[in-house]
Design a protein around this ligand. Structure first.
Ligand code: UDP
Length: 254
């Protein structure tokens, strides 16, 4: 195989030049970080599982009309995506209080929110990814008002759809983070969902027991971290053991 040019190495993924212009290969690592890189570790098999889980969720979202950067999975750890210009914002949607939200407002983790709340954080490690408002975003030109409107609509649709999908496999979608990119086609620009959606970027609790099946197990040293990621993949029907062409629908819990 020809050696591909490495474009960028992040905390959980490496990006390589894709086979055709305008494409990128996303390689999913097992590395895990938390608290702005202060905690580092390895979750064995995480990359393989997140590659599958993110593929599955992005494909399902595209089916309901949320555009994404995803093209196809290439192998166990890699997927082909469209090259986009990443908008430097983390869009967080919350359904239940947890994490930094619980701390900020002194609301117990697990308290359902009166409605879904969307927040924006600036992607900037030096500043510790601060919470920002629409005013900051438009004034500093990180995104235009029109782009923000579209991102908000896509984020809410993603939330509604994923809440239902996860409930179907016995999981509560507490909150999640997504990123968007600008996809240039000729002169036209479209906003699409980018990056990944996985237990690294979602809080997922078992509906029956409230057991955490996400990266909080790593952040909070709860143990059984890889097992939690496996359980999410298993419930979605995308555990690699199921075979090479194994993207089945989610199993409905009784
Ligand atoms: N999140 C993420 N990347 C980040 C920060 C947050 O994927 O850099 C996700 C996190 O997994 C959770 C949601 O966004 O599902 C909300 O996270 P929160 O603001 O509560 O931050 P945390 O408590 O994780 O620091």
């Amino acid at each position: 195989m020809t050696r591909r040019r490495r474009l960028y190495e992040g905390k959980a993924k490496v990006l390589f030049e894709g086979p055709e212009p305008g494409t990128i290969v996303q390689y999913f690592k097992d590395d895990a970080t938390a608290f702005n890189n202060q905690k580092q570790g390895v979750i064995t098999g995480k990359g393989v599982l997140n590659n599958r889980i993110s593929e599955y969720l992005m494909v399902r979202l595209a089916e309901i009309g949320v555009p994404t950067h995803f093209v196809r999975r290439l192998n166990m750890r890699e997927q082909l995506v469209k090259e986009v210009e990443i908008i430097p914002l983390e869009v967080v949607v919350r359904n239940v209080a947890a994490g930094s939200f619980s701390q900020r407002f002194k609301i117990d983790e697990g308290t359902p929110l009166p409605r879904s709340i969307v927040e924006y954080y600036l992607k900037n490690d030096d500043l510790g990814d601060p919470l920002v408002t629409e005013e900051h975003i438009t004034a500093f030109g990180w995104a235009a008002t029109q782009d923000l409107d579209e991102m908000l609509q896509f984020a809410l649709r993603t939330n509604d759809f994923l809440c239902g999908l996860f409930v179907g496999v016995g999981l509560r979608l507490v909150d999640f983070k997504i990123e968007f990119g600008r996809l240039w086609e000729e002169e036209d620009m479209r906003i699409v969902l980018a990056d990944e959606i996985s237990p690294d970027s979602c809080r997922l609790w078992d509906i029956g027991t409230n057991e955490k099946l996400d990266k909080d197990r790593f952040r909070r040293d709860l143990g059984q971290v890889a097992e939690a990621y496996q359980e999410v993949a298993r419930r979605l029907g995308v555990l690699p053991e199921a075979g090479p062409i194994d993207i089945k629908g989610p199993k409905v819990m009784q």
